[in-house]
Design a protein around this ligand. Sequence first.
Ligand code: HEC
Length: 143
Amino acid sequence: MKQVLLFFCFTVLLSCTSKTKQEETTTKKVYDMYEPSEMAILMNQMYAHNLKIKNEIIAGKIPTEFPTDFLNIHIAELSDFKSRNQNFQSFSTLFVAAEKEIFNSESTIAIEDRFNNAVNVCVSCHQTECTGPIPRIKKLLIQ
Ligand code: HEC
């Protein structure tokens, strides 16, 4: 029971609001069957990877390698209730460009600013259709 509750909290915290609402209105069993989409899995990986990059930057290290897995944002399958619309395409292109800038050793912009810029693109895309994870994403920002 405790596990189910924990998982439910986790789902509510992480998922998009539309998904959460959908789950609340269906039967209790639904959250046992929650299967993250390819995109949801990728998003969680991007979160974890950017957290690592943030800690490296704070420790004074300069990250050098763009995580090519991030390019999967262009192909990963979304949950049923989402479509890869024009908006999503534009934001994913913007995001990949911003994330690549973090690893541009020739840039004259401070690494903290380049990192925060990429995180702000995560937030911008989320503001358009998937607001649930925004508070969590904002924690990635380097203060
Ligand atoms: C191009 C738009 C876009 C960008 C950029 C984007 N996201 Fe997302 N994110 C989404 C969408 C859409 C979903 C819902 C995916 C689904 O359920 O299939 C999502 C889901 C998530 C989730 C919830 C996953 C889950 O378990 O349900 C997290 C956490 C997340 N994103 C974090 C991030 C982080 C961190 C970044 C930047 C490194 C980022 N996102 C960039 C659109 C975006």
